[in-house]
Design a protein around this ligand. Structure first.
Ligand code: APR
Length: 250
């Protein structure tokens, strides 16, 4: 493995326009479960909330019928008050060094921003903003956080349920993601970190970039796309971030 890490460090050292694409695997060290791993969110949510299928947690129709599982999950996420891990910090450091130009994350936890990354496209949205499902009135997180923490369904003045702007299955992704897909930034290295590459169109963006630029995939398990990568590191992302950070400080 160390030979592969050395190669990854060399590629990162030589790169000047790195595009980073992340999934839940970069946040597990921060205490946030991933979705499809052995201790993943989908495994326990299905049992805890008696869901018809795990993704119902992020399904608009299921939410309209019963928003409680999503808001209970949201409350747990807020209570975690998770902090950025070594991987988030490495990515922010690489941006400070002028090496990372864009971070595209599927994560809704805002940890890249908390770590100091500035150019972040949260392609599955986040809790920063929210909208009434009835009248579409816009809200901020602070307008609804107390309700969520006190187990109340946040409601608009019109009576409609207020849903955070987390992208549910079947919903459009933020326009900035599609703009990026149509006009990808100048890139000389793609880092794909902690994702099963199972969810479209986010995964297709990462695979398109990997098809046309050198790409390093770091993930605990195989995703089935290893052939499309210049380098695949089946390892823990915190260990990867530690090794790269140390090597770059030398
Ligand atoms: N180091 C390296 N890899 C890790 C680590 C870690 N510490 N922890 C987890 N992983 C890997 C898991 O093995 C898994 O392959 O990260 C991957 C995370 O995959 P998923 O759980 O499928 O999460 P993700 O790819 O982000 O899911 C994409 O699916 O449900 C939707 O909207 C949701 O954004 C999410 C999307």
């Amino acid at each position: 493995m160390s030979q592969k890490i050395e190669k990854a460090v060399k590629m990162i050292r030589e790169a000047e326009n790195i595009l980073v694409f992340t999934g839940a695997g970069v946040s597990t060290a921060s205490g946030i479960a991933d979705f499809r791993g052995p201790d993943g969110l989908y495994k326990w949510a299905e049992e805890k909330y008696y869901l018809p299928y795990p993704e119902a947690l992020f399904d608009l129709n299921y939410f309209a019928d019963d928003p409680r599982p999503f808001f209970d999950l949201s409350k747990n996420l807020f209570l975690l008050d998770s902090q950025p891990g070594k991987c988030h910090k490495l990515i922010a450091r690489l941006e400070d060094l002028g090496k990372v130009n864009t971070v595209v994350t599927q994560n809704i936890d805002m940890l890249h921003q908390k770590a100091g990354s500035r150019n972040v496209v949260a392609c599955h949205g986040s809790y920063e903003k929210a909208h009434c499902l009835g009248c579409r009135k816009s809200y901020e997180l602070q307008d609804i956080e107390k309700d969520i923490l006190e187990d109340r369904i946040p409601r608009c003045s019109c009576g409609g349920v207020i849903k955070p702007d987390v992208v549910f299955f079947g919903e459009a992704l933020p326009q900035e993601f599609y703009t990026l897909m149509d006009n990808p930034p100048e890139t000389d290295l793609v880092l794909i970190l902690g994702t099963s590459l199972k969810v479209q169109p986010a995964a297709q963006f990462a695979l398109n970039m990997a098809a046309s630029h050198p790409a390093i995939l770091v993930n605990l398990v195989e995703t089935g796309y290893e052939e499309a990568m210049e380098l695949f590191l089946p390892m823990n992302l915190e260990s990867f971030a530690e090794a790269v950070s140390e090597a770059l400080e030398e």
